[in-house]
Design a protein. Sequence first.
Length: 275
Amino acid sequence: MDGRKKVLNRENVPIGKSGFRGVYMMGGNWYVNLRFKGKRYSYGHSFSSTIEAAQAYDELALKIKGEKAMTNKKLGLFPNAFHKSNRKLVLSEIRRITGLTGKYEHLLQLFCEFLLERKGQKCTFLNFENYLTRNTRNISPEDVTAIFNALIKHDLLDVEPASKHLAVKLWRVRLNISDEIIQVINKDKQEQPMTKQNLTELTPEALEELAKQAAELAKSKKQEAEEKHNLRTVIHPLLLNILQAKGRFEIKLNELLDLSTELDNAIKAIEDAMK
């Protein structure tokens, strides 16, 4: 994180523990902080997740600074949970988190896939029913309520408050990609090798920052290789001298051993003569 903070620290706004620009934690909640021309801008409330706060920061930055604002989205800090490449993983995590099984599991899969295709736009369950084939329509309100409750319990579904007085199928909802799912996506991306397809999903700004990081890493590796070469240049003559000295020592040691053997033989001969 320290390396990324150093590289992405444009406009003196660091990337903190939240993993996003302009987002910080206080009292267990996430808040937004934006400084521009000596003034501080923020919202009068907290956010339940880092991605929600990061999206709010981007909206505020664009409003205050205009299109040139360096947002979390431009920096490629958002894991695109709505992208098709991540859809299978997101759906798997939603099933795991909710724990729904039996008849609800398949319906949950279809509904969440429908919401993912809407890419965060609000819609109703009735829209989803109209999207399905005739054989799977006419889902009971009780089943809809069960699915909604499971998603809401784990903060995976946002419901528009103004629609809650309507029938459950008319509630305007959108899928909420929780921090837990984001962490899984990030971990999966880190474990995947970098490919051309991965790079095409990044924004131009993110590619620029990635290029800078690659350049810094290359410079560091080159410096490390030069230091190793210089070290070998110094050590090699010293090692050669040590080996030569060791050889001379072994020769002298063998000469001393031979002399010791001759002395032992001479002493034994004198002892035998005196008997």
